[in-house]
Structure formats: structure tokens, C-alpha cells
Write a protein that binds this ligand. Structure first.
Ligand SMILES: Cc1cc2nc3c(=O)[nH]c(=O)nc-3n(C[C@H](O)[C@H](O)[C@H](O)COP(=O)(O)OP(=O)(O)OC[C@H]3O[C@@H](n4cnc5c(N)ncnc54)[C@H](O)[C@@H]3O)c2cc1C
Length: 372
């Protein structure tokens, strides 16, 4: 088994040698980051969180967070695709039967199955699902109306974590892992992706229809309620890791740009140094909060409020630091002479994607009234 220092060293090397050099082109052409993701698969990272008994690296949540952070600093698009892959496989990684471990976990760890998340639906706000998966007599599930608004890695992923209800009258949600090659299931990608930021993400609308086998079912019908308890903290934390990485990248390029324009720190105006200091405070506070949240999950003391706070803090830090980097980079940054404007556009996805900050703040405020 590889230890976390070794895992982080490999992730850093991939980030530096492959992700960072291709990030500008991926963004400019909105191409999917196939090379970086394939290399991550070859080096075992698709199975980063999977237990060693199934061929995975068995990394804990803190190490997973730090890997995603490193990748995002180099190329946010690649890191978001990778984070979505880990998110998609997380329920199955915890609850796989022996058959599912052979069908899914081992191939993922070998780098032959990559995953996407097919959860959110068009115009329904976070968490509202209309997709149906009705169980047939043979134990299979018939998919109806499974239309998902944005699925990162839509063309590239082989398997998708799909959320659906088993009955139109219920609010209970069931979780599946669906192979796009399933013979009786038609998986369609409906558009191409050209976003403001995260331009390498291939986040397209998808439709799933037809029949999927019982082996696609995670846990049990209506099992999402139980899955949520361990999965939601994972979603918040890995999401925050991407945005912390973006903040790191914007900060580093801001410092490099200012250094290149001034011979020594004393030549840099006080106003500029103060802005740098303010960004540094936000970065360090967010990093401490995020690592603490992840460590608590690893210790079995998961604290959802800390996870939610980490997610909002990372989104706001990424936007604020990238905005400051643009301000201090001046015309050169606005004219795209540095990658700062790319980090700023990528950071904006944090305002839009679920978990949405507004909803998270509302939930955090409500739970504070109950518990503090
Ligand atoms: C780059 C990118 C990648 C993504 N990748 C994935 C993915 O891999 N898998 C996936 O499942 N989804 C993904 N999404 C979808 C994302 O998480 C959101 O669900 C989606 O962006 C919301 O857009 P919408 O137009 O469907 O929102 P709508 O539901 O139409 O809502 C529009 C806005 O109205 C507000 N709103 C509406 N209803 C509510 C409500 N009930 N409560 C609070 N606010 C509300 C929100 O501010 C929301 O942003 C991705 C999105 C982006 C931008």
C-alpha cells in the first residue's frame, strides 16, 4: 500500500508535468483533459479512495482532499472531472456487494472505468428529482424520464452515478451506478459544452432510458437516505478542495506577476501588499478549516456543519483571491497575459454548482439555531 506522502508526490508530479502545461489550451479550446485523466488512471488514481483489497490506493479523505487541491491548482477542469469521478463512485465504494466489487471497484482501480455524476435535473433546484427507476419482476429497473441537466465527463465516462425515485408518489431516492454499455439501456448525450469556466469539463445534458440490471442498484431501493449520511460530507469536502486549489493557483500567479514587475518587496506599494496579506488570510483560514473537516471524517467524527462551512469558504476564497489577482495584475491579467482570468472564470462555477452556497448558508444558519 502506498502511503500518503508517496501518493501526494505522484499527484504533484502529474500536476506539474502534464496538467499545468496543458491547462491553457484545454480552456481555450474547451477540450476534455483526456491525457491528464488517463495518466491519473494509469498511476492508480482512479482508485484513489478504493480499498487496497480491491486494488485501490485506500487514501483517506485528508489525502484525497490534498490530491484534488494539487490537481486543481494546476488545471481546475481536470480536477473537477476527477473529483466528480470520486464522488460518483463513493457510495458504491462503501456498499458494493462481492459481485459489484468485481463489476465496478476492481476495473475502476485498474483504470478502465471512469465515472460521472448524473444527479441534478433541469430547472428543479438542488435535490429535486423527477427521474424514475421502477423495479421490474426480474429485479431489473426500468428508467423513465431520466433527464439530467449537466453531467461532467458526459462523453468520456463509462459509468454514471444516477439518482432516481422508484415511485412517482414518493420523495425517497434510490442510487445506481449505470454502465453506459448496458445492452438494454440507451444513454444519450444531448449537447456540447462551452462554459464560461471549467471549459474542459464536458458538462452536458444526458438522458438515460431502458432497463438496467439489479447489479446497478446501490444498497437498496430508497437507500439514498442512509447513503447521504456518509456521502454528503465527502461531496462538500472534495468540492471545496477544487476551489481551494483554484485559490492557490490564482494566488501563486498573482505573486509571480508582482515579483516580475518589482525588484524587491519594498518597491511594492503598501496597498498591494495589504491586498496580498488579505488573500493569504483567506487562503490559510480556508485550508485549515478544510483539512480539519476532512480529518474529522477520517477519525469517524464527521461534522456536517464544518463540511458545509468549508465548501462555502472555499468558493468565496477562490472568487475573492482570483478577483484580487485580477485587480493587482491590472491590464496584463485582463488582457490574458497571465492565467489569472482563467482562474477567475473557473472560480465562478462555485457560485452555480450544487452544493450552492446560498442553500448551504441557509442550512447552516438553520442548524445553528437548533444546535449552538
Ligand atoms: C461546470 C458545471 C458542472 C456540473 N457538473 C454536474 C455533474 O457532474 N453532475 C450533476 O448532477 N450536476 C452538475 N452540474 C449541475 C449543477 O450542480 C447545478 O445543478 C446546476 O448548475 C443548476 O443549474 P440549473 O440551470 O439546472 O438550475 P435551476 O434548477 O434552473 O435553478 C436556477 C437557479 O435558481 C436557484 N434555485 C432554483 N430553485 C431553487 C431551490 N429550490 N433552492 C435554492 N435555489 C434554487 C438557484 O440559484 C439556481 O442556481 C454542473 C454544473 C456546472 C455549472
Amino acid at each position: 500500500m502506498r502511503d500518503s506522502i508517496d501518493i501526494l508526490k505522484s499527484a504533484g508530479a502529474i500536476a506539474e508535468s502534464v496538467l499545468a502545461p496543458s491547462a491553457e489550451e484545454i480552456d481555450r479550446l474547451a477540450t476534455y483533459p483526456t491525457d491528464g485523466l488517463t495518466l491519473l488512471g494509469e498511476q492508480g488514481f482512479w482508485g484513489l479512495t478504493i480499498a487496497p483489497e480491491f486494488g485501490g490506493l485506500g487514501a483517506n479523505l485528508l489525502t484525497t482532499t490534498q490530491v484534488i487541491e494539487k490537481l486543481a491548482e494546476a488545471c481546475p477542469s481536470t480536477a473537477m472531472c476527477f473529483k466528480m469521478h470520486l464522488e460518483a463512485i463513493n457510495p458504491m465504494k462503501e456498499l458494493a456487494t462481492k459481485e459489484q466489487a468485481d463489476l465496478f471497484l476492481r476495473p475502476i482501480a485498474e483504470g478502465t472505468l471512469f465515472a460521472g455524476v448524473a444527479a441534478n435535473e433541469p430547472g428543479r433546484g438542488p435535490g429535486n428529482i423527477a427521474s424514475l427507476a421502477i423495479q421490474g419482476q426480474a429485479g431489473n429497473f426500468l428508467l423513465e424520464n431520466c433527464h439530467k441537466s449537466f453531467v461532467t465527463s458526459a462523453h468520456f465516462a463509462n459509468i454514471f452515478s444516477l439518482l432516481a425515485k422508484h415511485d412517482p408518489e414518493t420523495s425517497d431516492i434510490t442510487s445506481f451506478l449505470v454502465n453506459r454499455e448496458t445492452p438494454d439501456c440507451l444513454v444519450t448525450v444531448e449537447n456540447t459544452w462551452s462554459g464560461l469556466g471549467m471549459r474542459g469539463n464536458d458538462s452536458c445534458a444526458m438522458t438515460f432510458s431502458g432497463s438496467i440490471p439489479k447489479s446497478s442498484l446501490i444498497d437498496k431501493v430508497g437507500g439514498w437516505r442512509d447513503i447521504r449520511s456518509f456521502h454528503v460530507p465527502f461531496v462538500f469536502i472534495t468540492y471545496a478542495a477544487v476551489y481551494l486549489g483554484i485559490a492557490n493557483g490564482a494566488f501563486r500567479h498573482m505573486i509571480q506577476g508582482i515579483r516580475a514587475r518589482h525588484n524587491s518587496p519594498s518597491n511594492v506599494s503598501e496597498v498591494v501588499r495589504r491586498h496580498i496579506g488579505e488573500s493569504r488570510v483567506m487562503l490559510e483560514a480556508t485550508r485549515s478549516l478544510l483539512y480539519r473537516s476532512a480529518s474529522k471524517v477520517d477519525e469517524g467524527l464527521s461534522d456536517l456543519s464544518l463540511c458545509m462551512a468549508s465548501s462555502v469558504s472555499a468558493d468565496e476564497t477562490a472568487l475573492k483571491v482570483a478577483d484580487t489577482a485580477m485587480l493587482l495584475g491590472g491590464g496584463g491579467s485582463y488582457a490574458k497575459h497571465t492565467p489569472v482570468e482563467r482562474y477567475l472564470r473557473d472560480a465562478y462555477a462555485g457560485r452555480i454548482m450544487v452544493p450552492q452556497d446560498e442553500q448551504t448558508k441557509l442550512n447552516l444558519g438553520t442548524s445553528s439555531l437548533d444546535t449552538v
